[in-house]
Design a protein around this ligand. Structure first.
Ligand SMILES: CC(C)(COP(=O)(O)OP(=O)(O)OC[C@H]1O[C@@H](n2cnc3c(N)ncnc32)[C@H](O)[C@@H]1OP(=O)(O)O)[C@@H](O)C(=O)NCCC(=O)NCCS
Length: 164
């Protein structure tokens, strides 16, 4: 059961501890006039799965602060399997960079293709809706270390943009 009165701990966590995956079929109600998943629907899935990943890391509520250049690489058609994956790339003071990838998968051939890749920033908030500190991220692999380093560089760019 959810208990908002509990203060989340700041125990360091690995990226694998909060990795989040959602798998579902693309249905007609998700589609545009071309029979492909509507862009807003795909963004909604990305925001939901990215948000759950952020909340698993932070142990409480987190809000979406920004989304870096989001590109639709390839469409998802009705009947395709949509796999939405999110992982924390880096934890800062009160914010996190979460990378979200949306993949299409054919149920017939099992082929997979990238639909969307986006880096999203989530900010942990307390009961007063003010930013609160997040637990550190502990890398477990060279890939985790590389992601943390690259995310820190992107954060500098975001902060500079925000200042402007
Ligand atoms: C995101 C939000 C909580 C930030 O609040 P704020 O008072 O501006 O807080 P601060 O300036 O202290 O920034 C808090 C953190 O957010 C980060 N941040 C704020 N705006 C950001 C942006 N546009 N992009 C990336 N990071 C951002 C800051 O870098 C800081 O991170 P750090 O503590 O890790 O260094 C606030 O702007 C907000 O509530 N926005 C609306 C969120 C929303 O409604 N989302 C959609 C529904 S979930």
């Amino acid at each position: 059961m959810s208990d908002e009165t509990q203060t989340p701990t700041l125990t360091a966590k690995s990226p694998s501890a909060s990795k989040t995956v959602q798998t579902q079929l693309v249905f007609p109600e998700h589609a545009n006039a071309l029979g492909n998943a509507f862009g807003g629907q795909v963004m909604s899935w990305a925001d939901m799965v990215g948000g759950i990943c952020a909340m698993r890391h932070t142990g409480g509520l987190a809000v979406t602060a920004s989304v870096d250049d989001l590109q639709f690489e390839h469409p998802l058609a009705i009947g395709d399997i949509a796999v939405v994956e999110a992982r924390v790339n880096a934890a800062f003071r009160t914010s996190l960079e979460v990378e979200v990838s949306v993949w299409g998968e054919s149920m017939h051939t099992h082929e997979r293709w990238l639909c969307v890749n986006a880096r999203m920033t989530f900010v942990a908030i307390d009961a007063q809706r003010k930013p609160r500190a997040v637990a550190p991220l502990v890398p477990e692999s060279d890939d985790d270390v590389r992601r943390m380093r690259e995310a820190s560089a992107r954060r500098q760019e975001r902060l500079a943009k925000r200042k402007k």
